[in-house]
Design a protein around this ligand. Structure first.
Ligand code: XMP
Ligand code: MG
Length: 181
């Protein structure tokens, strides 16, 4: 079995600086408005925790889990919510917080699931906006970093549940089909 290699892509300092800027921008855009941040578990937990502490406005926090029936490094597009939303988002602005936008299928389905709760608006905030495999015209309304390609780990992102705890983001190389996902 090969040893996966981690190549640094974004340092902890770069991430923290960008999250601070994004927190300011989101605060300015939603000031005076009712806002619920909806983090997509598990991947968004680190980004969400950093982002809310950079906001200068009051917000409500919610988390959702989705199920996808694809392989673990791609998404099948058959996404559904694993539980009901615990916070009432009717007439409030919903901001979905994702670790990474890849094909865009997860977010497309999530937006249609959340629309059933009648929020005032739905926008998307992704730590990474990876455009190479995008198959719809969805873009993140807020994104920390555009990235062209590669499978990324760290800062909440995992490969087979490993690496989520790392404070920086890496591209993982040397994966073979024998490596556990
Ligand atoms: P889609 O393709 O629907 O899926 O936009 C987004 C979800 O796919 C996973 N994903 C990744 N996870 N490193 C990861 O750790 C990556 O580079 C990566 N690309 C896609 C992730 O679960 C994300 O929510
Ligand atoms: Mg995810």
């Amino acid at each position: 079995m090969s040893v996966p290699e981690l190549l640094p892509v974004l340092s902890e300092a770069e991430i923290q600086k960008r999250v601070t800027d994004l927190g300011r921008q989101i605060s300015a855009d939603y000031r005076g408005e009712p806002l619920v941040l909806i983090g997509v578990l598990k991947g968004a937990f680190v980004f969400m925790a950093d982002l809310v502490r950079r906001l200068e406005i009051p917000v409500e926090i919610e988390f959702i889990r989705t199920s996808s029936y694809g392989k673990e490094d791609t998404s099948s597009g058959e996404v559904r919510l694993l539980h009901e939303l615990g916070t009432d988002i009717r007439d409030k602005h919903a901001l979905i917080v994702e670790d990474i936008l890849d094909t865009g299928l997860t977010i497309e389905k999530l937006i249609s699931c959340l629309a059933a709760y009648h929020p005032r608006s739905i926008r998307v905030c992704a730590c990474i906006d990876k455009t190479e495999r995008r198959i719809n015209d969805l873009r993140a309304d807020y994104a920390c970093f555009p990235v062209d390609e590669g499978f990324l780990v760290g800062y909440g992102l995992d490969y087979g549940e490993k690496y989520r705890y790392l404070p920086a983001i890496y591209a993982i190389k040397n994966l073979t089909s024998e490596d556990p996902k």
